[in-house]
Design a protein around this ligand. Structure first.
Ligand SMILES: Nc1ncnc2c1ncn2[C@@H]1O[C@H](COP(=O)(O)OP(=O)(O)OP(=O)(O)O)[C@@H](O)[C@H]1O
Length: 213
């Protein structure tokens, strides 16, 4: 994986099973966000392959089976909260997978579920940071996709919203979904494997993967 012409990491191999969250940790700048952005199809890998085994539509790229919940909220500020979600619903095609079950919500339901139903008619620009974060999160609930790529998913959320997010993440796992999350904070999820990226002298970073009991 290269950023700005520099090799950030190399030789990275990992796999994640259905119903499992891969928690990516490591110091600032080691490449956690870059890894997620690569999986999300936003950055091309310098070399290597990404595969999603068992997908019902294997011709679709990994990122087409994924939702990316990154640092930026991916909202159009002039559109209302509801218009943003309606846009995302038409923009992101469902990616059904055998063994993956997801309770899909309508945009209004997703807003209500995340406690921001009252913002439906407000331009996204008027929402607070935490409300925007929840609106961005609502995108994951309106289109079923088995892979959730989440970069510091709890940032800007209050305690209640964080608890709801963890419930959502655990529901996604129990429905056979997969989560790959970069975080500096512990996440109370049901089934976790860990990938720790370590800073190393140029040109590459070593890595380790271990499973929680
Ligand atoms: N668009 C870019 N152009 C050039 N270099 C970049 C770009 N994006 C990231 N980098 C570099 O890639 C490296 C990895 O950055 P990345 O954001 O993936 O790290 P991180 O592990 O997520 O860090 P943090 O914990 O601070 O969020 C850093 O050295 C960063 O400066």
């Amino acid at each position: 994986m290269d950023r700005g012409g520099r090799r950030v990491f190399a030789g990275l191999t990992f796999s994640v099973s259905a119903g499992t969250a891969l928690i990516v940790t490591g110091p600032n700048g080691v490449g956690k966000s870059s890894l997620l952005r690569t999986l999300a199809g936003l950055v091309a890998p310098a070399e290597g392959d990404l595969n999603l085994e068992g997908a019902s539509q294997p011709d679709m790229a990994v990122h087409e089976h994924a939702h990316y919940f990154g640092h930026q909220d991916a909202l159009k500020p002039a559109l209302t909260a509801l218009e943003n979600l309606t846009f995302w619903q038409s923009f992101s095609a469902p990616a059904p997978s055998p063994g993956f079950k997801s309770a899909v919500m309508k945009p209004v339901q997703a807003l209500e579920f995340l406690g921001i139903g009252h913002t439906a008619r407000l331009p996204a620009a008027y929402l607070s940071a935490g409300q925007r974060r929840r609106l961005s999160l609502a995108r994951l609930l309106i289109t079923p996709r088995p892979l959730w790529l989440m970069d510091e998913p709890t940032s800007a959320l209050d305690t209640a919203s964080e608890a709801r997010l963890l419930d959502l993440m655990n529901n996604h796992l129990s429905g056979g979904g997969i989560i790959i999350a970069a975080t500096h904070s512990p996440l109370n999820l049901s089934t976790i494997v860990r990938l720790h990226l370590e800073t190393a002298p140029e040109p590459m970073a070593p890595l380790s993967q271990e499973r929680d009991a």
